[in-house]
Design a protein around this ligand. Sequence first.
Ligand SMILES: Cc1ncc(COP(=O)(O)O)c(C=O)c1O
Length: 466
Amino acid sequence: MTSSHGSDDTAAEIAARQASAKRHMWLHFTRMSTFADSDMPLIVRGSGPYVFDDRGKRYLDGLSGLFVSQIGHGRKEVAEAAARQGSELGYFPLWSYGHPRAIELAERLAGMAPGDLNRVFFTTSGSEAVESAWKLAKQYFKAIGKHGRYKVLSRDIAYHGTSMGALAITGLAGLKEPFEPLPAGGVRVPNTNFYRAPGFVAHDVTAFGQWAADEIERAILREGPESVAAVFLEPLQNSGGCFPPPPGYFQRVREICDRYGVLLVSDEVICAFGRLGYHFGAQRYSYQPDIITFAKGVTSGYAPLGGMLVSDALMEPFGKGKATFLHGVTFAGHPVSCAVALANLDVFEKEDLLGNVRANEAGFRGTLEKLNDLPIVGDVRGDGYFYGIEMVKDKASRETFSDDESEQLLRGFMSQALFAAGLVCRADDRGDPVIQLAPPLTCTQEHFDEMEQILRSVLTEAWARL
Ligand SMILES: Cc1ncc(COP(=O)(O)O)c(C=O)c1O
């Protein structure tokens, strides 16, 4: 048997595990053919903001796994909370029953959430949370007699998950195409990429934001307000490379939603739980959603959990007579996951992680902005501990790379080079080519410096190869 700590493994054990991985594993969103002539990266343990591979090599986890590990790796108190809960009550469904950890967590989340988002519907993942929010919006409108409202608006290039409903909300044509036809009713509106703003609003970020918000109104009018159920927006859009909302954007969107009776869903699968220095991104940008979807950071990944926080008003028709929200999944609000989430939130409080992000985010931004002196760096953007770096072929004209160049740059070189240099981050070309960073919320200046040094050397080499 191989040891679970990897670094003690013999060469024969490492080779055997590689062979087994290549024979049996199917990785998500991964070109499996790459493993015909290269090894699969295998991460075997973590400690703080670092993870270690099967050969004992250390990596700075600049992406918190996948925007998940807010408190960092290797937290014994969280693992112990899972073990305690497993021996007390390992499983019971939330279909018709409650259990103490889910109740405690629901109350705690409601207390953290803005306004009257007092009701928690648990899921196991972000896609399920998004799926649930759309289903709730549809059933809610039927329950109040507005039978025609089923459509959802979301932004270009935005990622909202992979199940069929969530995929219909996702704004990435390439991810959807193999699965068409998807559920009807997904409508796209512009995102808030100011770096690529249309010329007539490119001079003024506030004017750009008002235009982007007004495009939501135009889409509602075009579709017919009586057919639109909800608008799904991330506080800060991930896919495309971290697009923050322009000043006033969400306030205008809220007005528009109110004017047409459309629900505002804040998809906070990434942005909640401190990523932007607040419990929820809606608090950072001062708007009141009708639903917040969450997952990832709620447990920092020590167990899977997601859910939606729902306003009292939306719950109201479901609290009467025979009404039932006809939706559920077996593992939603799993007792072990809820215990883990509570222990995770305890760490947030004990170590003031929101305070850490707020105190250090200017340092993070400033450190990444140093990279602006490189010819390949076009834009550094984001908020909190969530940043994207857009790479360009020509800084002055903002010309981007062709598909072939992008393929060579990101897949052919950058992804492997960054990993080989000891940094986990994301080199992505679902919009224009970007590198994304979302480190654990425990990180401080020394970690930002480490990221900057690795990025500087890899970006410099990438430019030299072009
Ligand atoms: C904004 C957003 N919504 C939904 C999802 C889907 O979450 P999951 O992968 O847990 O299904 C993601 C995943 O990254 C996300 O970023």
